[in-house]
Design a protein around this ligand. Structure first.
Ligand code: NAD
Length: 515
């Protein structure tokens, strides 16, 4: 069995050493081919300690990784589906056996609590399981005698080397929305994970090698904008799957499509929870806490705006506040409810949003700027924060905060609530809480959001459905995984066949017509 050599969080931390985090090309680590290697610090957000130094790729290292993916493509494309999926099944088994290792790595660099990190791994595992069924997903159509003695069939073929560019907030799962499907469909991959928590993808790369994936099929380059730009503009990259903030998603979409690639670029979010007066308010309060403060609000499907309809708001705010005050925030390895934010800059940005909310007149019901945090060192903590009487003009409503800040807005009617949600420029996820089936059905039809929950606050679709938002939450038209994911990573071909047949002999320069 291979050892996961760069990735041992416990020894690196206990020995107070800073580990080296390198690129992964052709199934081996490399610090890249630039003449001098640039590195960026990776920290443990719960302690503020630097735990790693990640190599930052420039054009030359990206070229090297893409060349490896290009060289590996013909043989991988021609590897039988049975052999390809056997490697996928092996990967699934290894991942399932060793999921705790990956969860520990996520917590060490992202900060989310261990249980949540494990949940992330399990949701990624679902996509691997979906991709194990690739022979079924790739079945084409066949029409016999479309014309006399003419048959037509369709097939879907892989694209070639594809790029994946992922955000910090799900360092293991978001890459797994894409790479199992891309690889099983016969593509080769160059992935550029977030430079803030890069080790999870290296771990996944080592696991691929152990599962038997040939050299060059899965490559990792670390870095920031220069590495991303090199991928977006590279002639040999055929498609780009991006997940991150809206301005960067838009930039990635525009740049990569201008370079002739197919692109799916998933962006930011502002997710609303609409609560009707007939809802069970204790259940709503529990769900608002889980969806607002899980992973310290650093989820693209986090609920950040709760829209209370009618006269339930006072009672509901009391119930949420009581629960929020009882949450334990601290180091995610200590059984806490909520971990730190990812960097000190992000912590300061979230605190500045809370200042702005207070200044602009919202009521601070629970203030996360104060509080005790269960951690050693200088972690990047903000506690759960609850605002009431938030209005659509306020900065805390208009912008994505991406922290543990939940805003309550009050409206009089369902229609007013729906209008608010539909007027928002984001459209990733939303939820309605009600016991009225008719109202829920109306909401499901009328809301302009890509993923809808009915009494489910974070409606992340299963792997065999597709994940994606509307409006400024997605650039491009194809969602991740499920049928749309298979479609994204393949292109269609229609083949028309006629075998030698005397009835078709003779010269005819006319356009072929059905016979
Ligand atoms: P980000 O946009 O800062 O970074 C995402 C990726 O883009 C990273 O790999 C980063 O290195 C790269 N990048 C950053 N700046 C760049 C630039 N100027 N040019 C080129 N590349 C650049 O996002 P983040 O902070 O890592 O992640 C949080 C964001 O991601 C939030 O907005 C969140 O809503 C969003 N997100 C969306 C989804 C979704 O499914 N819609 C899922 C997860 C996260």
């Amino acid at each position: 069995m291979n050892t996961i050599n760069q990735l041992d969080t416990t020894t690196a931390e206990s020995a107070d050493t800073v580990k080296t985090i390198d690129h992964w090309i052709n199934n081996a680590y490399t610090e890249g081919v630039e003449s001098s290697v640039e590195r960026a610090d990776v920290t443990n957000p719960a302690t503020g300690k630097t735990t790693g130094q990640v190599a930052m790729a420039g054009q030359a290292t990206v070229d090297e990784a893409v060349a490896a993916a290009k060289a590996a493509f013909p043989a991988w494309r021609d590897t039988s589906l049975s052999k390809r999926t056997q490697i996928l099944f092996r990967y699934r088994e290894l991942l399932n056996e060793r999921k705790e290792e990956l969860a520990a790595l996520i917590t060490a660099e992202h900060g989310k609590v261990l249980d949540d990190a494990l949940g992330e791994v399990m949701r990624g595992l679902e996509v691997v399981e979906f991709a194990c069924g690739m022979p079924n997903h790739l079945k084409g159509g066949y029409t016999e005698n479309a014309s006399t003695n003419v048959d037509v069939h369709s097939k879907r073929q892989p694209l070639g080397p594809v790029a994946i560019i992922s955000p910090f907030n799900f360092p293991a799962m978001v890459p797994m929305w894409f790479f199992p499907v891309a690889i099983a469909a016969g593509n080769t991959v160059v992935i550029k994970p977030s430079e803030k928590d890069p080790s999870a993808v290296n771990w996944e790369a080592e696991l691929w090698k152990e599962a038997g994936l040939p050299d060059g099929v899965f490559n990792v380059v670390h870095g920031g904008k220069p590495a991303v730009d090199a991928l977006l503009e590279h002639d040999d990259i055929k498609a780009v799957s991006f997940v991150g903030s809206t301005p960067i998603a838009k930039y990635v979409y525009e740049t990569a499509t201008a370079h002739g690639k197919r692109v799916q670029a998933l962006g930011g979010a502002k997710n609303h929870m609409l609560v009707l007066p007939d809802a069970d308010l204790d259940m709503v309060a529990d769900n608002a806490i889980n969806a607002g403060f899980g992973s310290a609000g650093e989820r693209c499907m986090a609920i950040s705006a709760l829209v209370a309809v009618g006269d339930i708001a006072d009672e509901l705010v009391d119930k949420i506040a009581e629960r929020a005050r009882n949450l334990r925030t601290g180091d995610g390895t200590r059984g806490t409810d909520m971990g730190p934010l990812v960097t000190s800059e992000h912590r300061d940005k979230v605190a500045a949003y809370i200042d702005a909310g207070e200044r602009e007149g919202a009521t601070v019901v629970v203030d996360g700027r104060q509080g005790e945090f269960d951690a050693d060192g200088n972690g990047y903590f903000v506690g759960p924060t609850l605002f009431d009487h938030v209005t659509p003009e306020m900065t805390i409503y208009k912008e994505e905060i991406f922290g543990p800040v939940l805003s309550v807005l009050r409206v009089d009617t369902y229609d007013e609530g729906l209008e608010l949600i539909n007027a928002n420029p984001y459209g990733n996820g939303t939820a309605i809480f009600t016991n009225d089936g008719g109202a829920a059905r109306r909401f499901e039809n009328e809301v302009e959001v890509g993923m809808v929950g009915i009494n489910v606050p974070i409606p992340v679709p299963m792997a065999y459905y597709s994940f994606g938002g509307w409006k400024n939450s997605l650039f491009g038209d194809t969602h991740a995984h499920g049928a749309e994911g298979v479609h994204f990573f393949t292109r269609g071909k229609a083949v028309t066949t006629r075998w030698s047949d005397p009835s078709h002999a003779g010269i005819n320069l006319g356009f072929p017509q059905n016979q």
